[in-house]
Write a protein that binds this ligand. Structure first.
Ligand code: SF4
Length: 361
């Protein structure tokens, strides 16, 4: 049986149940989910599915990430709610590919782990599966393993196995709507031009889950702990000195009461230039290199090869004494006393949760 897989939380339980209920069938996994946006989230879910299949001894075929094709398939239905008409088209798209693959491989039946997701409509999935099974001449199996406490058992298993638990269905449309209704920043949808890994970004989670995999391969013991913390994202900024835009680099947790400020440098303490107007700190490249013990050639070089986020926090703590301070700290190539500047800074601080991997001895 070719089993379309959407994520490890659903597949790890569903595949084991399938083995119990279809003992005669050889199971082959098929990860085909071009609906998942962005690609980094797709890759993260794939990583966890690979790990789950490896644990269960089930071979896995990775389908194409045909995002453009999926967008075409749901075109015109972007505003539909979850379980609406867009989801019908999404299921058609993924199950059609599964049926095609089964036909190509000479496999007689298909199913999907979506059937065990408590947020999906069984009727929608059954009708999509039956339609493709007729077209491709394969059988569609639609067992319901959610009943009789199945969902609770599935979630307990996911916790026990430390599976990656995503918090949105997958597509950009559902994600945007969900974050709007939660009044939460959709930080999955943007990444910094510096390519720095931001706390609790998808890239941060990939790093954690890859480290976990290496650790497991070496037989290491670990726990994954969730912690609540104050997160930060710089959304947009620019600096003008004497009316000219100059390259600038903003240290994390820099925040202003208003987004725009026009002022001048009126104080220098050691190698830090200050505008007392709103307590803005400027560092020139030389001062930054001294604090960071780095050899950046200019600010563009910092933008292209930034330090780690944690190292930047370390620099911040050398400049401001209060660990909770949101003082803007701006790096520019050069600045002088009495320089007039304009600063636009749009950033967000927000409560978030982050997973940590704790190695056990
Ligand atoms: S909400 Fe989920 S099932 Fe519906 S279209 Fe988006 S990804 Fe597909």
């Amino acid at each position: 049986m070719l089993v379309h897989i959407c994520c490890a939380v659903d597949s790890h339980y569903f595949l084991q149940k399938l083995r119990e209920h279809y003992p005669e069938d050889d199971l082959v996994g098929y990860f085909y989910d071009p609906n998942i946006h962005p690609y980094s989230e797709y890759y993260l879910r794939l990583l966890d599915v690979r790990r789950s299949c490896k644990k269960l001894g089930i071979s896995l075929i990775e389908g194409d990430y045909n995002y453009r094709g999926w967008l075409e398939a749901v075109k015109g239905y972007e505003d539909e709610p979850e379980k609406g008409a867009r989801c019908d088209l999404c299921f058609d798209n993924r199950l059609e590919s599964t049926a095609q693959k089964a036909q190509e491989l000479g496999i007689g039946s298909i199913t999907t782990t979506l059937l065990t997701s408590p947020k999906k409509s069984l009727e929608q999935l059954r009708s999509a599966g039956e339609a493709v099974s007729e077209r491709y001449g394969v059988r569609f199996e639609a067992p319901d393993f959610r009943v009789k406490g199945g969902t609770q058992e599935q979630f307990a298993m996911a916790k026990e196995e430390k599976l990656y638990h995503q918090d949105y269905c997958g597509c950009i449309y559902a994600l945007t709507k969900q974050r709007e209704s939660q009044d939460r920043l959709a930080d999955e949808l943007f990444s910094p031009i510096t390519k720095q890994i931001q706390p609790e970004s998808i890239e941060d989670r990939i790093r954690l889950y890859e480290t976990r995999e290496e650790l497991e391969d070496r037989g290491g013991l670990y726990e994954i702990i969730r912690e609540s913390f104050l997160n930060y994202r710089l959304l947009r900024s620019w600096v003008k000195i004497d009316k000219q835009i100059v390259p600038s680099y903003i240290l994390p947790y820099s925040q202003m009461r208003r987004k725009f400020l026009k002022s001048r440098i009126d104080k220098k303490i050691e190698n830090i230039y200050l505008s007392r107007h709103e307590n803005i700190y400027f560092l020139d490249l030389e001062a930054f290199n001294q604090l960071a013990k780095s050899k950046y050639k200019n600010v563009k070089d910092i933008l292209q090869n930034p330090l780690d986020f944690e190292d930047e926090l370390g620099i911040r703590s050398q400049i401001v004494q209060n660990p909770y301070a949101l003082t803007p700290i701006i790096i520019v190539d050069k600045i002088e006393m009495e320089s007039k500047f304009e600063l636009y800074l749009e950033a967000k601080n927000y409560q978030d949760t982050r997973e940590h991997l704790v190695k056990l001895s």
